[in-house]
Design a binder for this molecule. Structure first.
Ligand code: ADP
Ligand code: MG
Length: 568
């Protein structure tokens, strides 16, 4: 055709594809799950846009996904009547294999196949998993709302380039035709395709349809009839009784909503009754995404109203510090035409949000307090992946501050490793007699914290000190001044008052010594002049001759450095 265009993938794409095919081959049937998952997303998008522009449905609001195969042509076809794509959307969404972070991703590959398969899964190959089984993929699509002549045909053999043509497409939506690689003919079977769909895509709420097949005596094989048949249960998984949902179904549903290849760490499924009625099914992933700290990243919660999909990325449903959570919330009370603007104002949403936060914290608390080995491991993983984000909650969620603080884990002077395992409760249980404060030091690395001269007196007296060196820690201690009635106290701030931990005899001794150095102190103040606030004789140090301290109400040295490096 005249309008046929040749385009290249970005440089890393070819390499990524090769790696992916190689490492995911043992699990090749997931290509179907990925394509069905995309078709379902496309239907969700149409429903969402259709809320404000009903014409997009083009008199066909019966959304479904169709799967068929052709033994002679050796093809499998997946089609949907969802939102479809414009030419530019095909270039942006399909022509760009890996979105942000491709380079970082390549740098993190290890060469170890099992590990890399995990990473690739985590990176999300989605649409491109089609190339695991196909050596030619054709995608024909038309965006809802555009006229039939605005169809687009994309074709690629996954070798680094693709072609793009404008074609006529009568029906809105997307059709994907896979030309199978040599040796993949076992997939050209109604039985096999049905079993893959039931296994991986049963939770999809749209009907997944195939043509019925009948046994034919004369040809001695199944023959495809003209009659449609729905393969999946096509009902909302979260609305089914828990006892009827298998572990595998929970996991597959997670992979779909979270766009993740790996199973989740844990989940909570609960129906809440009372002022507001809603069902939630929320998951914690096993691994932090690459873009956990990227403000542009997508949020993870889908909102439904009475089983009808309303919107993706409903950021109002959970606070920022729980942004790693994925899943759905289905309300019985919200109006079906609820918009983002309405959500911003809604008291009902505030209620749902508060309830969902409670459930999530409860889920994490269960892991933290469990005696089961498996749960302890899970909590460790949770803390390693998401602990830094949870710490933000102490400042963000005033109402749940104590609960969040209880979940925090730190390194302290009693830790034998660099792993954050000490809770504030552990710390309090180990406090010395007469100690009434929780002591901490902040620094920009754990090494710097460990070698802080401020620690000397604490070592001598055997008092534990928390070593805080995560970026978010300054923000944390600015917001957490007290826990369980115990004040949190920086050991690098102000004149250190050890209260009852000092004995009277020691105090007398210090005062006498301070007297002896009076002249020296005056001399030093003269020399240093404006550059300092004060010079004091101290009993803090046992080995170092001197150290810098800031006033009790001044910014800590570490915070000052952080702000400077952020250009403040
Ligand atoms: P993800 O689903 O995680 O976004 P994919 O690689 O599976 O990644 O898909 C890439 C993008 O291509 C999707 O985000 C979507 O914009 C577009 N896309 C894929 N399949 C379809 C489809 N059937 N209908 C409309 N858009 C699609
Ligand atoms: Mg996808």
């Amino acid at each position: 055709a005249i309008n046929k265009e040749h385009m290249n993938f970005q440089a890393e794409a070819k390499q990524l594809l090769k790696l992916m095919i190689h490492s995911l081959y043992s699990n090749k049937e997931i290509f179907l799950r990925e394509l069905i998952s995309n078709a379902s997303d496309a239907a969700d998008k149409l429903r969402f846009e259709g809320l404000t522009d009903g014409a997009l449905f083009e008199n066909d609001s019966d959304l479904k996904i169709r799967v068929s195969y052709d033994k002679t042509a050796r093809t499998i076809t997946i089609s949907d009547n969802g939102i479809g794509m414009s030419r530019q959307e095909v270039i942006d969404n399909i022509g760009t294999i890996a979105k942000s972070g491709t380079r970082e991703f390549f740098n993190s590959l290890t060469g170890d196949q099992a590990k890399d398969a995990h990473l690739i899964g985590q990176f999300g190959v989605g649409f491109y998993s089609a190339f695991i089984v196909a050596d030619k993929v054709i995608l024909v699509t038309r965006r809802a709302g555009l006229t039939a002549e605005h169809g687009v045909r994309w074709e690629s053999s996954g070798e680094g380039d693709y072609t793009l043509e404008t074609v006529d497409k009568k029906d809105r939506g997307t059709e994907i035709i896979l030309h199978l690689r040599e040796g993949e003919d076992e997939l050209l079977s109604g039985l096999r395709l049905r079993s893959i769909i039931r296994r991986y895509s049963d939770h999809i709420t749209l009907p997944i349809i195939m043509k019925k097949e009948e046994w034919s005596q004369e040809s001695n094989e199944y023959r495809i009839t003209d009659e449609d048949e729905t393969i999946n249960q096509a009902s909302a998984l979260w609305a089914r009784p828990k006892s009827e949902i298998t572990q595998e179904q929970y996991e597959e549903f997670y992979k779909h909503v979270a766009h993740d290849f790996e199973p989740p760490l844990t989940y909570v499924h609960s129906r809440v009754e009372g002022k507001q009625e809603y069902t939630l099914l929320l998951y914690i992933p096993s691994r932090a995404p690459f873009d956990l700290f990227d403000r542009e990243r997508r949020q993870g919660i889908k909102l439904y109203v009475r089983r009808v999909f309303i919107m993706d990325d409903a950021e109002k449903l959970l606070p920022n510090y729980l942004r790693f959570v994925r899943g759905i919330i289905d309300s019985n009370d919200l109006p079906l035409n609820v918009s983002r603007e309405i959500l911003q104002e809604s008291k009902d949403i505030d209620n749902i949000r508060a309830g969902s936060v409670k459930k999530m914290l409860g889920l994490i608390e269960d892991l933290a307090s469990s005696d089961k080995e498996e749960d302890c491991e899970k909590f460790k993983t949770f803390w390693k992946e998401f602990g830094q984000v949870l710490k933000e909650g102490v400042g963000e969620d005033y109402a749940n501050r104590e609960r969040i603080a209880k979940l925090l884990r730190f390194v302290s002077t009693s830790s034998e490793t660099d792993e954050q395992t000490v809770s504030l409760d552990n710390y309090i249980a180990r406090m010395k007699e007469g100690q009434d404060k929780i002591y901490y030091v902040t620094a920009d690395s754990l090494k710097a914290a460990r070698s802080s001269p401020h620690l000397e007196i604490f070592r001598k007296k055997g008092i534990e000190v928390l070593l805080l060196s995560d970026r978010v820690d300054e923000w944390l201690v600015a917001n957490l001044t007290e826990y369980n009635g115990k004040q949190l106290q920086s050991i690098a701030k102000g004149s250190l008052d050890l209260g009852k931990l000092e004995d009277e005899a020691e105090k007398k001794e210090y005062e006498k010594e301070a007297d002896e150095y009076k002249e020296l102190v005056t001399k030093m103040k003269e020399v240093l002049g404006e550059r300092i606030k004060d010079v004091r004789v101290t009993f803090r140090l046992t080995e170092s001759p001197a150290c810098l301290v800031v006033d009790a109400h001044d910014m800590s040295g570490n915070l000052e450095r952080l702000l400077k490096s952020a250009g403040q």
